[in-house]
Each structure stands twice: as structure tokens, then as C-alpha cells.
Design a protein around this ligand. Structure first.
Ligand code: GLC
Length: 508
């Protein structure tokens, strides 16, 4: 199926592999564990999975410090396991996206080790280096590390200090040693990264979530060189794999989709989307989705609608309920009815929903010491709570790698009528099956204060959606025909009667 067609009704599930399910009893999640839980994911109604990095790594940044792009880290299993995961997922109608980290590697990556040698070699230009240790590798916002390597130079850092920036060049070099981004000396690195994409696509992955996608070309204030670079790399990779899906961590959809050619860009908690995204779930009592809030949806809808209009039909916005970087988790500070309303919102907008593992059972943030360079993010990456058994069913080990938190399990949610898990499942199914909920269908916002009310239309269907994020008991004058799904709200003739936080999805 054409990738854009498939994305129209896609619902994704993000997995942090360390913490999903441990099949071999060593206390760490693994690929085999994900395979064993595919029926759960399919049962949830998700048809896409995004896996955080599971490649060889010293894990000083949760695997975003890659030491070998083409090999699964032994803590998770083998390449063969991953290929089996692609195959088993496909049999259940699920496509798997891997995490591509093109902007930097670990400082233990063999490319970097060679690049850091004093003598010039074929890897010398793979990373950004200043000409000697007394000069910084200058560039907009670039930090450098000095005096750590045999090479007489300072290397530029893309994120943490042990994540040296790969060299895609400078859009506007200001020093003789800065390489212009179109210089042929930089092509070998590009070919390597394209090769990584083709390698995994050839083995059956469906595409990539691309880490720090905006970071490639330096001194690129308007990002036009970075966008052109992506378009060129896409034309190479899509030439061979036209179905490959690319979703960017950029948080500027008009640019990432409209200019760089990504299929989707995440609407996130930083960058251009920050104020709008943050207003929704993670501002404590100030969040829109919070009991007693004013339900101020305008900042979100205004930015969202404006950005969506700029996509020009080239792709979509991806909207996450949370992810491995967000603190706290979606359910923190909210009761179940409010979390259900949040899921209803995520599931009914013209954006591709991404559910973060564990949020569907209301898992909470844990205050923990940092592990694997997670720092405060570590508490949003704890083991999935599967059942009431040892380690909440996550692992047979005496001690798990990350501590298992408190709370309900998937099994008890399953057994409890009216639980969040049942709601998430019903909403994901609706999303997948109702043509008017497709990401490409129209959105008409009717009310953006208090209760959000909007119309979705497409594929010969019109739906009215109302989402109450704060629990106010209100009656609203909106006529609807037949309710498809609702909680906390009933249809009474020409009015929607809310008694609690919740939602109404009705045919009109
Ligand atoms: C992205 C990842 C984050 C990582 C960083 C550096 O923001 O989501 O987890 O630490 O990039 O790769």
C-alpha cells in the first residue's frame, strides 16, 4: 500500500526496548520480548511501532549514542531477532519504524576513533573538527570538546559531550577549515547514512523516526541547506524503497514536511510547537487537560491549524501523548477520566497519534537516579507493568535494570470494565475505521474554550467530536445524530450533556 495511504489511518505505539518485556530473564527488555507482546499491541489497535534505538551502544544516552548502526546491541538480541520482529509484526498488520540517529555517533564508534587519530585518514572529515586544540569548532550554538584525542583539534558536539557531530558541512562557512555542505569530501558520510537506511529497509523495517533531524548542516539559520540535504537523501533512498516512511524529530512541521520532505513531523515540547504542545498535558494544574482548568484550547488549535495549512498536502503532523524524553508521563496529575479525554483528543485530530508504551495503562513517572544518560527522563522509561506477578510480569530476574513502579497493570486494566485500557482500544479502533477520522479528513473547530468541539469530515462521513478536559458539568447546544463512542457525556436532542471529563464522538 502507498505509504501516504497507510499513514492516513495509522496509530503508532512507541517502545523503549529496555523496558517493554524481558524474555530472557536478565532484567532488561529485549527484541524477543517485543515479539511476544505483538498481539497486545495489535489488540490495542495500533498498526505502527516506533522502536527507540536498539543498536550497539555504550548507552550513555539511552542508545542515542550509536557505536554500530547495523547491529542490534547484544542486550536486546541479534539482527536475526529484529528481522523476525519485522516479519511477525507484518503478519499482524503492524509496520515497524527504527530510530535513525544521523546527527552524531557515540565517541566509541569506529568512525570517530579513526577520525580522532592524529594522522589524516579517510574518516578525518566524518566529524566536525577545528584546526587545532586552541581553536573551537565554531558554528551557531556549537559546543566543542578539547584535549581528549590524539588529533590536534576540537570536535563539535551535537548533544552530550560523547556524541560528536557528524560532518554534513556548513551552510555558510566562515572559516577556511569549515567545509561547505555541498563539498564532495562530505559525500562518503552521506553514502554511509543512506546505506544504513537501505540496510534496515532491505531487512524489512518500514522506515525511520529521525533523531534531531534539523541538526545536520551547521550555520544553517533558515535550515534551507538541511532541508535540501534531506530531499537529496530521500530521493536516493526512496528510489529503491518508495514505501519507506520518515518521521522527524524537528517540531516544525511546515519546514520538516513542506521543505525537507519528511512524511510526518512530530508536534513536540520544544521548538516552534512548544507553547502549543506544552499547553495541553504537562503544565500541572495549568494544563488544558487538568481537572478545574479553563480548557483553553485556542493556543493549541491556532498553531496546529496554521501549521497544518502550511503542509501543502505533502505529509502530516504526528502528535504524541508522550515520549521517552517527556517528563512527567501523560497520566501524572490527572485522574482516569481526564486521561481518557486526552486520548480521545489525540485519537480524533487530523494528526497521526503516537501512544507511548505504558501510558495506555496510566503508568506514572518515577523519581529515579539517572540511568543510561536519561537524567530526569529515566523516570518516564520504567518497565511496563504487565500483571500482578513478580516485577509486574516484566521480567523473571531477581533485579530489573530499571525499577518497576507502582500502579495498575495491563492485566488488571483488562479485567476492569470501563478502564483506561478499554477506552484507548476503542478509540484506536475508531480512529482506524472511521473515514472522517483519517489524518487527511477535514477539521472544522467549532469551540475552543472549555470543551473543545470540532467537526471532522471526509470519505462521505461527518462526525462531531467534543472533548471535556476539566470535568465541568456543562450542556452545549450541538446537535448530533448517533453516538459512536462517549464517556462522561450523553446526547440529549439538540444538546451534549457532560457530567464529567470525557468525550463524545457522534455521527452528524
Ligand atoms: C533526541 C532523543 C533524545 C536524545 C537526543 C540526542 O532528542 O529523543 O532521547 O537524548 O535526541 O540524540
Amino acid at each position: 500500500m502507498d505509504r501516504k495511504e497507510w499513514l492516513k489511518s495509522a496509530v503508532f505505539y512507541e517502545i523503549y526496548p529496555t523496558s517493554f518485556f524481558d524474555a530472557n530473564g536478565d532484567g532488561v527488555g529485549d527484541v524477543e520480548g517485543i515479539i511476544r507482546k505483538l498481539d497486545y499491541i495489535a489488540g490495542l489497535g495500533c498498526n505502527g511501532i516506533w522502536l527507540n534505538p536498539l543498536f550497539c551502544s555504550p548507552f550513555r544516552d539511552g542508545g542515542y549514542d550509536v557505536a554500530d548502526y547495523k547491529r542490534v546491541d547484544p542486550r536486546f538480541g541479534t539482527n536475526e531477532d529484529l528481522v523476525r520482529l519485522f516479519k511477525e509484526a507484518k503478519e499482524r498488520g503492524i509496520r515497524v519504524l527504527l530510530d535513525l540517529v544521523p546527527g552524531h555517533t557515540s565517541d566509541t564508534h569506529p568512525w570517530f576513533r579513526r577520525s580522532a587519530e592524529a594522522a589524516r585518514n579517510e574518516y578525518s572529515d566524518y566529524y566536525i573538527w577545528s584546526p587545532n586544540v586552541w581553536t573551537d569548532a565554531r558554528g551557531e550554538g556549537l559546543r566543542t570538546v578539547n584535549g581528549m584525542c590524539p588529533r590536534d583539534g576540537n570536535y563539535a558536539v551535537n548533544f552530550f559531550s560523547m556524541q560528536p557531530a557528524l560532518n554534513y558541512g556548513y551552510a555558510a562557512p566562515t572559516e577556511p577549515w569549515q567545509i561547505y555542505w555541498r563539498d564532495a569530501r562530505l559525500l562518503p558520510l552521506r553514502r554511509e547514512i543512506e546505506g544504513v537506511m537501505k540496510f534496515w529497509l532491505g531487512l524489512g523495517c518500514a522506515g525511520f523516526r529521525v533523531d534531531m533531524a534539523a541538526s545536520l548542516v551547521k550555520n544553517d539559520a533558515d535550515k534551507s541547506a538541511t532541508c535540501a540535504l534531506w530531499r537529496e537523501m530521500f530521493s536516493v533512498v526512496r528510489g529503491e524503497y518508495p514505501e519507506a516512511v520518515f518521521v522527524s524529530e524537528w517540531s516544525d512541521p511546515p519546514r520538516a514536511v513542506g521543505e525537507a520532505g519528511f512524511d510526518m513531523d512530530f508536534f513536540l515540547h520544544f521548538g516552534a510547537c512548544e507553547p502549543a504542545y506544552m499547553s495541553l498535558f504537562r503544565r500541572g494544574a495549568e494544563s488544558v487537560f487538568s481537572r478545574g482548568s479553563k480548557g483553553a484550547f485556542a493556543p493549541f488549535f491556532d498553531t496546529f491549524a496554521q501549521m497544518r495549512a502550511q503542509l501543502g498536502g505533502n505529509g502530516f503532523i504526528a502528535l504524541p501523548g508522550g515520549n521517552h524524553d517527556m517528563v512527567p508521563r501523560l497520566a501524572d496529575g490527572k485522574d482516569e477520566a481526564v486521561v481518557k479525554a486526552a486520548y480521545a483528543f489525540l485519537s480524533t485530530l487530523p494528526a497521526v497519534p503516537f501512544f507511548y508504551y505504558g501510558d495506555e495503562i496510566g503508568m506514572r513517572y518515577q523519581k529515579l537516579d539517572s540511568k543510561d544518560g536519561g537524567y530526569d527522563r529515566t523516570g518516564s522509561r520504567t518497565p511496563m507493568r504487565w500483571n500482578g506477578g513478580k516485577n509486574a510480569g516484566f521480567s523473571d530476574a531477581e533485579e530489573t535494570y530499571l525499577p518497576v513502579g507502582e500502579g495498575e497493570s495491563a492485566e488488571s486494566m483488562e479485567a476492569r470494565e470501563g478502564s483506561l485500557l478499554h477506552t484507548v482500544r476503542a478509540l484506536a479502533r475508531l480512529r482506524r475505521t472511521q473515514p472522517a477520522l483519517a489524518v487527511s479528513a477535514e477539521l472544522r473547530v467549532l469551540q475552543k474554550e472549555g470543551v473543545a468541539v470540532y467537526e471532522r469530515s471526509g470519505g462521505g462521513q461527518r462526525l462531531l467530536v467534543a472533548v471535556n478536559p476539566n470535568g465541568a458539568a456543562v450542556s452545549l447546544p450541538f446537535a448530533a445524530g448517533k453516538a459512536l463512542a462517549s464517556e462522561g457525556c450523553t446526547l440529549e436532542g439538540e444538546t451534549l450533556a457532560f457530567t464529567d471529563a470525557g468525550y463524545m464522538i457522534a455521527q452528524i
